[in-house]
Write a protein that binds this ligand. Structure first.
Ligand code: TZP
Ligand code: MG
Length: 228
């Protein structure tokens, strides 16, 4: 299944972002506005709650034909039959994830977070389905971001990947919103190198109207001239 990474929504269930709204409603609203991939990310829920919330989200994403990717928890992804998982540099390494998923979710999308050329080349060479590149800009959504690499850092990673003939799809993450998305996409481009999409948390999850916020981001992305 070809995945459209244009607008990748990472969920956040913290009160600062979700307030008293229902996660499923916010996610569905985002999808209606143009979100193309959803990652369920919840750092505090216990396992039972993770499985419950992930299955609720999966019902919604399936109905809309959007892939659901589970952050960190391969067991939860397997339990609900999600389309994929996303792991960071401090999670289980990619090859171990691939071994686990080979039998239980053989077509799973496996995304890896990267913040340097070396990490990106390694993940791409080892067969990651897509890469999350960041952190682009400082963000209060993720407290433990190590490296802020800017749009130029993103461009450097993309250029290295493509010049090594690694065509793994890439999205950038960290502080992306309607006021900087075009700048990031423009600055990340070089010759025929471009991101496949952007990943956001607060720009959609914290918006009063997630559908409008998504639609607005899609329009801003579509307004940029296409590469190649
Ligand atoms: N990984 C790197 S930055 C980040 C994650 C999950 C959070 C991005 O949140 P926001 O609100 O889009 O800046
Ligand atoms: Mg992780």
């Amino acid at each position: 299944m070809a995945v459209d990474y244009t607008l990748y929504l990472v969920t956040d269930s913290t009160p600062e972002i979700l307030g008293d709204r229902c996660l499923a409603d916010v996610v569905e609203s985002g999808i209606k506005g143009g979100v193309t991939v959803v990652q369920y990310r919840n750092k505090t829920a216990d396992t039972a709650e993770l499985v419950r919330e992930a299955s609720t989200l999966h019902e919604i994403t399936r109905r809309h034909g959007v892939p659901l990717i589970i952050n960190d928890r391969i067991d939860v992804a397997i339990a609900i039959g999600a389309e994929g998982v996303h792991v960071g540099q401090d999670d289980m390494d990619l090859q171990a994830v691939q071994r686990i998923l080979r039998t239980s979710l053989p077509n799973a999308i496996i995304g890896v977070s990267t913040s340097s050329v070396e990490e990106a080349l390694t993940a791409a060479r080892n067969g990651a389905t897509y890469l999350g590149i960041g952190t682009v800009f400082a963000t209060s959504t993720k407290k433990d971001t190590k490296s802020i690499i800017g749009a130029i850092g993103v461009q450097k990673i993309l250029t290295e990947l493509r010049s090594n003939s690694l065509n793994t799809p890439c999205v950038c993450i960290g502080g992306v919103n309607a006021s900087n998305v075009q700048q990031i996409l423009r600055q990340s481009r070089h010759d025929d190198v471009a991101l496949d999409g952007v990943a956001v948390v607060s720009a959609i999850m914290a918006a009063p109207n997630p559908s409008e916020a998504s639609q607005n981001l899609r329009n801003l992305i579509a307004a940029l001239p296409a590469i190649s």
